[in-house]
Design a protein around this ligand. Structure first.
Ligand SMILES: CC[C@@H](C(=O)O)C(=O)SCCNC(=O)CCNC(=O)[C@H](O)C(C)(C)COP(=O)(O)OP(=O)(O)OC[C@H]1O[C@@H](n2cnc3c(N)ncnc32)[C@H](O)[C@@H]1OP(=O)(O)O
Length: 235
């Protein structure tokens, strides 16, 4: 899925439509979000921001994007943000709504909100704290720090720095990287993402109960029965 250079109101609606489609993708296993050209996403369209600078419109936009990105994060797909060029402001927040980030050489994730007199509103702060810890999150937000691929690796914000910044090659690299995690039946890959999501988000007792329910969807299923016939050796 290609992120837009900056998110106008129309583009925010389009993002929500894509997420709805992905929620209904029964055979889906993986998702790569990448930008067009040399920018991953530069956040809200500043022209749109000016037009909705009153409190009510700002809150509506904030809640709309927070809801959309939370739904993106909870998709039963293994998602990757392929960061080429800059991921600025809301664009940086969009990267945190994916399970993984892969960064091309020379790319940058930057939470510039402070320089806009703002704080993240699309859920990026809540997700960042959970990813890198509160101290590092505070440094990145209060410093509006440029996070290059090396610093992202050190922080645990990125999984890998790709070898190519060329658009097509970087996407191919990201596809190969993701394929190591999406091999297998969609039902099982989706169940894996679901149990990780509940383990991350629910209190223990609720997570255990939900994990049991998800286990029940794959136990004795086609993939399980076929494996019992194959009896693979895990050596
Ligand atoms: C909750 C957070 C959320 C919010 O508050 O709603 C936000 O995300 S606030 C917005 C945060 N984003 C920015 O402030 C980005 C500002 N832009 C830049 O920093 C730079 O443009 C860039 C993204 C680093 C790219 O720089 P560069 O490669 O040098 O290209 P240009 O600067 O020449 O940009 C090309 C062209 O694109 C326009 N542009 C870029 N970003 C935006 C944007 N967010 N909204 C509107 N337009 C944007 C830029 O103005 C140029 O247009 P032209 O001047 O017409 O060529």
């Amino acid at each position: 899925m290609c992120a837009n250079k900056s998110e106008s109101g129309t583009m925010m609606l389009e993002l929500q439509e894509r997420v709805t489609e992905l929620e209904n993708w029964k055979d889906g296993k993986g998702l790569i979000i990448y930008g067009a050209g040399n920018t991953f996403c530069s956040g809200s369209d500043l022209n749109a921001v000016k037009a909705m600078s009153n409190s009510q419109d700002g809150m509506n936009m904030c809640m709309f994007m927070q809801n959309t990105l939370t739904r993106l994060m909870r998709l039963p797909l293994i998602s990757v943000a392929l960061v080429q060029g800059k991921a600025i402001g809301g664009g940086a927040e969009l990267t945190t709504a994916c399970d993984f980030r892969l960064m091309a050489p020379g790319s940058e994730i930057r939470f510039v909100h402070k320089h806009m007199g703002l704080v993240p509103g699309w859920g990026g702060a809540a997700r960042l704290v959970r990813m890198v810890g509160s101290r590092a999150a505070l440094q990145l937000l209060s410093g509006a720090a440029r996070v290059d691929p090396q610093r992202a690796l050190c922080l645990g914000l990125s999984e890998e720095t790709l070898s190519s910044s060329d658009g097509t090659k970087a996407l191919e690299e990201a596809q190969v990287w993701l394929s190591q995690y999406t091999e297998g039946p969609a039902s099982v890959i989706q169940a894996v993402k679901k149990v990780v999501t509940v383990g991350r988000e629910l209190p223990l007792e609720d997570a255990l109960r939900t994990e049991k329910d998800i286990f029940g969807t794959v136990w004795g299923g086609p993939a399980n029965l076929q494996a019992l016939v194959r009896r693979p050796k895990h050596n």
